[in-house]
Write a protein that binds this ligand. Structure first.
Ligand SMILES: Nc1ncnc2c1ncn2[C@@H]1O[C@H](COP(=O)(O)OP(=O)(O)OP(=O)(O)O)[C@@H](O)[C@H]1O
Ligand SMILES: [Mg+2]
Length: 243
């Protein structure tokens, strides 16, 4: 284990946390969720954030996705300091290429599978076009076909199985033409066979589209599929293992 390997060394990183500290609450209720975290993600790499419940995995993803602003430290997206932007600007930064698969699939419950994907594509189409990203060529129905759900276009999330809902969430994330895909416990609610298929699918799509993938998981087997595993304990990076 070499914790220093998680430090920010390259200027070519896609995204990097530098000395990021996040605290929730005040006074006696204050919780330090992240404590001086350094973490760099390279373009196209497959990285796992691994640690027990409460270790800070989701908070790291929220920081990387611009959803939480650190109390200390900064987040660099390419040349741009993400953490110094106001909320609207962070929203634009997200539209520049960061997609999120939340803990639980988090689909819009009153919209069909097709509409969930179409809505995400619409929201990021302009910036995706600006990036001349080939995935912008995929229509929502194509993306749902890619994840094997052509027969479920008109299904509402409540009519889908857990694995199917997770695949819609994957198609929705792809609709944003991500350069960085953040996955929070993508298999947390799935049986082991379905989990395996969902992970295989995400990895196949990563090979095809070359986005960087950061997966938060408490599961050592899921983490072991990554090229680099960053271990978190009590909000600190305590180890980095590359395979
Ligand atoms: N909104 C919040 N308000 C207060 N404390 C929070 C909040 N979100 C997270 N925390 C605390 O911050 C710490 C890190 O939480 P986080 O959700 O990042 O952990 P995690 O590793 O994702 O856990 P899990 O595996 O259970 O999802 C925990 O102590 C948690 O209780
Ligand atoms: Mg979590």
């Amino acid at each position: 284990m070499n914790a220093a390997a998680g430090a920010v060394t390259a200027t070519t990183s896609l995204i990097a946390c530098e000395g990021v500290t996040v605290a929730y609450g005040d006074g006696d209720a204050r919780v330090t969720a992240l404590d001086a975290v350094d973490l760099a993600v390279e373009p196209g790499e497959r990285l796992a954030l691994w640690g027990r419940s409460g270790s800070g995995k989701t908070t790291v993803l929220h920081v990387l996705g611009g959803l939480v602003v650190p109390n200390e430290g900064r987040v660099m997206w390419k040349e741009q300091e993400l953490s110094s932007l106001d909320e609207a600007a962070r929203g634009r930064a997200r539209a520049l290429g960061i997609a999120y698969i939340f803990q639980g699939s988090n689909l819009l419950s009153h919209f069909t599978a097709f509409e969930n994907v179409a809505f995400a594509r619409e929201a990021s189409a302009e910036s995706a076009d600006e990036r001349r990203n080939s995935r912008a060529d995929y229509e929502p129905a194509d993306l749902l076909e890619l994840v094997g759900l052509s027969s479920k276009l008109d299904s509402l999330p409540g009519e889908l199985s857990g694995g199917e809902a997770q695949r819609v969430a994957i198609a929705r994330a792809l609709a944003q033409s991500p350069e960085l895909l953040l996955c929070d416990e993508p298999t947390g609610h799935l049986d082991s066979d379905t989990a395996e298929r969902v992970l295989d699918l995400i990895e196949a799509l990563q090979r095809e589209f070359s986005f960087a993938l950061v997966t938060a998981t408490h599961d050592a087997g899921v983490a072991a599929r990554a090229g680099r595993v960053v271990e978190l304990t009590d909000g600190r990076v305590v180890g980095v293992v590359s395979s």
